[in-house]
Design a protein around this ligand. Structure first.
Ligand code: ZN
Length: 187
């Protein structure tokens, strides 16, 4: 089932998600729905708070350079990242988007590498070393579980612009969502 995606300003996006303790049917259903919602959006990553569930869960689907599929779920993750450049982000190289800020893109520096660790639905340990855009996805999704959306981390000028755009669209207030598979943003 495709679930509505919460838009920036909805409270669940701006709080720290809780660790998963019950690996039950409800969790399996959530993860199944998250894959379906991410695919429909379409997106390369989706965190549980984005569908209104304040749990430490995210899914990703991003092929490697040879187009081999890389997709999965990470539960209760921790992250280790490389250094983040303090240079101005480049619009072409560092442009990022988020399904909770739909249709917009802003540039942000991220670490070139990340190691994500956690467990899967069977509570088996996961450890993934990622570079480049794959590492960016993990940093972005991990931030969601901390209650941080990428626009919160933009350089000052870009952040101002992002919040002006969101205000014009009527975002940055509770209760907004959109449903992938439809063409319009839901009230
Ligand atoms: Zn996002």
């Amino acid at each position: 089932m495709i679930r509505p995606i919460r838009i920036y300003g909805d409270q669940v996006l701006h709080q720290r998600a809780q660790p998963v303790t019950a690996f039950d049917q409800e969790l399996s259903d959530l993860v199944r729905d998250m894959f379906e919602t991410m695919k429909s959006a379409p997106g390369v990553g989706l965190a549980a708070p984005q569908v209104g569930v304040a749990l430490q869960v995210f899914v990703y689907d991003y092929p490697d350079d040879d187009d081999n599929p890389r997709r999965g779920v990470v539960i209760n993750p921790t992250i280790t990242i490389g250094p983040v450049s303090e240079e101005e982000p480049d619009e072409e190289l560092h442009s990022e988007g988020c399904l909770s800020v739909p249709g917009e893109r802003f540039s942000l520096q991220r670490a070139d590498w990340a190691i994500i660790e956690g467990v899967d639905l069977e509570q088996k340990p996961i450890r993934i070393e990622a570079e480049g855009w794959f590492a960016r996805i993990f940093q972005h999704e991990f931030d969601h579980l901390e209650g941080i959306i990428y626009v919160d981390k933009l350089p000052e000028d870009a952040k101002k612009e992002a919040f002006e755009v969101m205000a014009e669209l009527g975002w940055n207030r509770p209760g907004r969502s959109w449903l992938p598979g439809t063409d319009h943003l839901e009230d």
